[in-house]
Design a protein around this ligand. Structure first.
Ligand code: FAD
Ligand code: NAD
Length: 461
């Protein structure tokens, strides 16, 4: 049966469902087509299940170390099948919430795979095939794990993040190929659960692209926990037997390392194949759909948002782009703007926004850095979590805040302050003048701001 809509959104991830919900608020008759589950990668195979697992691991660590706080709890132990069941329960609850955000606003969700016939016609294949007609279309099809052509990588011991997040058992030893965001988060999870972890990263640093002072601190922290890290390592092959054995080249030597599982965490590729983009004349760049700042493709009325655009592969970026595309589809004039924060849920957490020190220098700024160590913060001492640093990158001449890089407990909850300051174009003086509550970890931001101005009273001269 054919149906006609003002807007059809392809993909129900954090890009697609947010775009649909906003379009419905703006009065557009809207449908979402989703071939798997609403909530997309983020809710079902990404942000939420990883953080649910990491939270259980954190609770386990807290109980194990409670003696230091004057509390006794003997024989701390975990049952991974229960941790996995909790992960799945959290996901399920949130998923039904997401569906309601669309259906509750009278949006229609179609289960099936979308195929673009032309700029106003979408074919849905699946259990109930149909054709939808739309004035406007938003493509929000996301991404999937990318697997490099390494011999043996298709073997049964090698898992991508989707497969790891579906596991109900916990391996004893884990080799992770890729020391990016997924790699270090899985490393943190398994090491907190007492398992043996090795990371093989091909670049010179883990978390390439992150401020090197912060990634260096994280490396030290992970190594202190017993994680073996090889950077500048080239994986040449994987043998799949009783264990997964990775052969790799490192500093001119040929080495091997084995694990119960090998996790391939080497990046993601866009879901744009088989979507019918060629029928609309939309060209892609390595599969990514390019848009302007209105999130519109070169085809008028057809927008793309989220991972499939390759701009920033993060859930909150997809949602922000979704809001822009929905507004434009409803006849408003909106552009995407503002720096996108990035959060890494290691222990301690890392949160960054804006330029790294190196990129600020490269960009021609006369850079002034403010730093404040977490170990000097009262609340962190109280919590017994004293690892980390707040680092703010500023322009010495103008006082502009160029970037901020925080490794601290709950850094991910604190970075929004810097995003706000940057969005409002606050100067470093203004940030230093903000009265922060005491005792809180957030004081490290005020202290780092004062340090950039050479006036941090709480830092020994
Ligand atoms: P997706 O969430 O991928 O959703 C796209 C949807 O489109 C999918 O549901 C898919 O089934 C559907 N689809 C695709 N093709 C079709 C089609 N032809 N027809 C119908 N439906 C289709 N980001 C963060 O910000 N914070 C985190 O902590 C975080 N953790 C992560 C952890 C992991 C392990 C992974 C893999 C990713 C993580 N991310 C995180 C990234 C985040 O998940 C993505 O950036 C985000 O999900 C992208 O949203 P999206 O809407 O663009 O695409
Ligand atoms: P990534 O790009 O962050 O890291 C991939 C890493 O693998 C890089 O360090 C790269 O140098 C390395 N690599 C590539 N090929 C390799 C090879 N052959 N051998 C060894 N190392 C190799 O990608 P990811 O970790 O797969 O994550 C994908 C995306 O998902 C991220 O870009 C991020 O946007 C998103 N994500 C976000 C979060 C979060 O926000 N907390 C968590 C997980 C994932």
């Amino acid at each position: 049966m054919d149906e006609k809509f003002d807007l059809v959104v392809i993909g129900g991830g954090p890009g697609g469902y947010v775009a649909a919900a906003r379009a419905l608020q703006l009065g557009l008759k809207t449908a979402v087509i989703e071939e798997r589950e609403m909530g997309g990668t983020c809710l079902n195979r990404g942000c939420i299940p990883t953080k649910a697992l990491l939270h259980s691991a954190e609770v386990y660590q807290t109980v194990k170390s409670c003696d230091a706080y004057g509390i006794s709890a003997e024989n701390a132990a975990f049952d991974y099948s229960k941790i996995a069941a909790r992960r799945d329960k959290v996901v399920k609850q949130l998923r039904s919430g997401v569906e309601m955000l669309v259906k509750g606003r009278k949006g229609v969700i179609y289960s099936g795979k979308a195929y673009l016939k032309d700029k106003n016609t979408i074919e849905v294949t699946g259990e109930k095939p149909c054709v939808l007609h739309a004035d406007k279309i938003i493509i929000a099809t996301g991404s999937m794990p990318s697997i490099p052509p390494i011999p043996g990588i298709d073997g049964e011991k090698v898992l991508d993040s989707d497969a790891v997040l579906a596991m109900a058992t916990c391996p004893e030893s884990i080799v992770i190929i890729g020391g990016g965001v997924i790699g270090v988060e899985f490393a943190s999870l398994y090491t907190a659960l007492g398992k043996q972890v090795t990371i093989l990263e091909m670049m010179e640093n883990i978390l390439p692209g992150t401020d090197t002072e912060i990634s260096g601190l994280l490396r030290k922290s992970l190594e202190k926990k017993g994680i073996k890290i090889f950077t500048g390592a080239r994986v040449t092959g994987i043998e799949n037997g009783a264990k997964g054995v990775c052969a790799f080249e490192y500093q001119g030597k040929k080495l091997t390392v084995e694990g119960d599982i090998v996790i391939a965490a080497i990046g993601r590729k866009p879901n744009s194949k088989g979507l019918g983009l060629e029928n609309l004349g939309i060209e892609t760049d390595r599969g990514f759909i390019r848009t302007d700042d209105h999130m519109e493709t070169p085809i008028k009325g057809v927008y793309a948002i989220g991972d499939v655009t390759g701009r920033v592969l993060l859930a909150h970026a997809a949602s922000a782009q979704g809001l822009v595309a929905a507004a434009n589809a409803a006849g408003q004039e909106k552009k995407i703007s503002g720096a996108v924060p990035g959060c890494i849920y290691t222990s301690p957490e890392i949160a960054t926004v804006g330029l790294s020190e190196a990129d600020a220098v490269k960009g021609g700024h006369s850079v002034k850095i403010g730093r404040f160590a977490v170990s000097m913060n009262g609340k962190s001492k109280i919590a017994g979590e004293t690892e980390g640093l707040a680092k703010i990158v500023t322009d010495e001449k103008t006082g502009e805040i160029l970037g901020a890089h925080i490794m601290a407990p709950r850094a991910t909850d604190m970075i929004a302050e810097l995003c706000t300051a940057m969005k409002l174009e606050s100067t470093i003086e203004e940030l230093a003048d903000v009265i922060h509550p005491h005792p809180t970890v957030s004081e490290i931001i005020m202290e780092a701001a004062n340090d950039a101005l050479g006036q941090c009273v709480n830092k020994p001269e």
